[in-house]
Design a binder for this molecule. Structure first.
Ligand code: FES
Length: 108
């Protein structure tokens, strides 16, 4: 697991972008209070998901409005049809750690 940042760097309901060993990852603080990590690019076009809106435990792409479930990476609506990679997250002593092996088996 790779240390990313402090939990305080990602207030509830927001997302940041982090370069993790050359992979852009969106670190998200869901409205369910959990932290999530997904590949920071929409599966529909090359748009950073971290610049979208957090809604519950989904992240909405700002360009065409597909929402991605942060637990499964699956889009909940069109136009995206493919899931995005989801990465395991751990919080230890107030810091966020991420593994680069996708938990949903989706590679980019
Ligand atoms: S680029 Fe994300 S939904 Fe189209």
């Amino acid at each position: 697991m790779i240390k990313i940042c402090s939990t305080e760097d990602v207030p509830k309901g927001t997302a940041i972008s982090a370069d993790v060993d050359g992979t852009q990852i969106a670190i998200v603080h869901g409205e369910d209070d959990a932290f999530y990590a997904v590949y920071d690019e929409c599966s529909h076009a090359a748009v950073a998901l971290s610049e979208g809106e957090v809604d519950g435990c989904t992240l909405e792409c700002w360009l065409h409005g597909s929402r991605f479930d942060l637990r499964t990476g699956e889009p909940t609506g069109l136009p995206a049809t493919e899931p995005v990679p989801v990465y395991p997250v751990e919080v230890r002593d107030g810091d966020i750690y991420v593994s680069l092996t996708p938990s949903n088996g989706v590679t980019r």
